[in-house]
Design a binder for this molecule. Structure first.
Ligand code: COA
Length: 328
């Protein structure tokens, strides 16, 4: 069994931040950011809360799917930057889209979130005949967690939302999800001010670096090493499950973190860069949103068409990674 993506939608905030805009608060320049990351501009949420962006994207996906919101049986939202610890973004989006008959929950697998959520949707559809449609909604406001004094991380990220409505089908589908929690300290942000102090003699202290409360901390070099390894590995593990080769894939849609990560991974895989869809130049790294945002853009402009074989590949904090191979 597999899934069919019936509808896609996205929403990005109105506010754009160019590389030059960052020179106002950190010592950087457009040339450094372009050559080291491939990013030219990104969107930053202003007045828009995460749930609002998620709802806008979800409404468009439902409309494109041509279904009624009441027919949705499950809303899965993926986010690492929820507006609330509780309720979930999924419950809010369920209400705002009118998906009154749906169950709803969030998952946090950071930048791999969409791959994880889509795979959970497939598993729900496979095991519950009464479920017809699942709404998978990715929503992120990274800007609210960025440390705008850290020039090596704040320039990387952007905000936005993207969603997909899926149903069960017999089309090609294979997936592999993975995590290496030993790298959890390489990309992290504290959640609760009220978290108890960890005793200084605890082993746990070494795992997580000192970081300003609620601000994203990143060890760029370690994350880079992990990502260039995880991207080809995720594809190969998913491909092995359905016996497909890289040459049979029409489009690779990797998480949009850094153009150099994608280029290095493409070389390792032995697949041409022309098959990798890139949107990070105008959106930056939007975490779990980046894959459906890219998918939606390339489907809307006619690059991705029905019947093509896609490889969706996520990697990110956790350190999580995973790949899905499916027919569009
Ligand atoms: N502007 C100008 N200079 C900057 C800069 C910026 N925005 N950020 C860092 N630098 C400086 C560093 O301070 C360092 O200066 P120094 O040599 O005087 O100490 C120099 O540039 C080189 O830094 P380095 O960290 O070696 O750069 P890099 O080539 O490794 O690139 C990243 C840094 C963050 C772009 C890169 O490590 C990366 O992309 N990592 C993965 C991040 C990622 O994708 N995270 C999300 C994954 S889901």
């Amino acid at each position: 069994m597999g899934i069919s993506i019936l509808g896609l939608g996205s929403y990005v905030p109105e506010q754009k931040l160019t590389n030059n805009d960052f020179t106002r608060f950190v010592d950087t320049n457009d040339e450094w950011i372009r050559t080291r990351t491939g990013i030219i501009e990104r969107r930053m949420a202003g007045w828009e809360p995460t749930w609002y962006m998620g709802t806008q994207a979800a409404l468009k996906a439902v409309e494109q799917a041509g279904i009624s919101p009441e027919d949705i049986g499950l809303v899965i939202s993926c986010t690492a930057t929820s507006d609330f610890h509780t309720p979930s973004m999924a419950s809010v989006i369920q209400h705002k889209t009118g998906a009154v008959n749906a169950a709803a929950f969030d998952i946090n697998a950071a930048c791999s979130g969409f791959v994880y959520a889509l795979d959970i949707a497939e598993r729900f559809l496979r095991t519950d005949d009464s479920l017809k449609y699942v709404l998978v909604a990715a929503n992120e406001s990274l800007s609210r967690f960025l440390d705008f004094e850290d020039r090596s991380s704040c320039i990387l990220f952007g905000d936005g939302a993207a969603a997909a409505v899926v149903e069960r089908s017999d089309k090609l589908y294979a997936s592999h999800l993975a995590s290496d929690g030993s790298g959890a300290g390489y990309l992290c942000a504290r959640a609760l001010k009220a978290a108890p102090e960890v005793k200084q003699d605890s082993d746990f202290v070494d795992e997580f670096p000192d970081m300003p409360l609620h601000k994203l901390y990143q060890n760029g070099k370690e994350v880079y090493k992990f990502a260039t390894h995880a991207l080809p590995k995720s594809f190969e593990l998913a491909a092995a499950k359905c016996g497909i080769t890289k040459d049979e894939i029409d489009w690779f849609i990797p998480h949009q973190a850094n153009i150099r990560i994608i280029e290095t991974a493409a070389k390792k895989l032995g697949a041409p860069m022309e098959k990798f869809i890139v949107t990070l130049d105008h959106y930056g790294n939007t975490s779990s949103v980046s894959i459906p945002l890219t998918l939606n853009e390339a489907a809307a402009d006619g690059r991705i068409v029905r019947g093509q074989k896609l490889a969706l590949i996520g990697f990110g904090a956790g350190l999580t990674y995973g790949g899905i191979i499916l027919e569009f």
